[in-house]
Design a protein around this ligand. Sequence first.
Ligand code: 3SL
Length: 240
Amino acid sequence: MQKKFIEVCYTPGDYEYYKGRFDIVVVIDVLRATTAICSAIDNGVNSVIPVSTIEEAKAYQDKGFLVGAERQGEIVEGFDFGNSPYSYMKPALKGKDIVLSTTNGTRAINIAKEAPTVVIGALTNLDYLIDWLIQQEQNVVCLCSGWKDKFNLEDTICGGAIAEGLLKTGKFTSDDDSSVAAKYLYLAAKDNYFGFLKASSHRRRLKRLNLNEDIKFCLTPNQMKVIPILKGNRIEKLSL
Ligand code: 3SL
């Protein structure tokens, strides 16, 4: 059987080089948007509507939706919550449809939305997602959200972990050096994400905002068996 591709795209700005060539796009924003979305869906939130702009978020709020909005790591004034995964674990959110707008993560999801399948990846659902991707036997690209179209370490490491998980089955291959480099970064980081990512710029940014508990949560792998999937404009739980 012909091998399928697994590639890692470092930033939404690079996505144009991958667009249209992959069956599945895994959008990754470890700190913190895709981790927050995994937490929401794992907590029983019915759907998360990812929007790119504060104006869109406001329009949903005016229609009565609960809306989370984050810019530069902070809650945008006037919204119900920001981007902490803990905000999405509240029992009151179970069964609700909520809206989320973040600096990079929700923008990346919207950039990928024309792909046949878009799923949400984080370290918190890593192994469960890898097992599912292996079963699909389709071409996969991990789209890292990065930071304002720049490379970031934490999303690349998560993409590298997915690449390594798929490559070692022998059923997948990578063509691009970005994917090879992501895999090597993952191999260097895998025994101590927390220590390795001390140098990450966004980790330092969140630490300055006293968000250490969020950082620890986001960097603790395999806490959830959930795959959030984009259906139309909503992210829902993939039922297996
Ligand atoms: O960039 C994003 O989408 C956010 O995840 C950034 S933050 O972690 O909420 O600061």
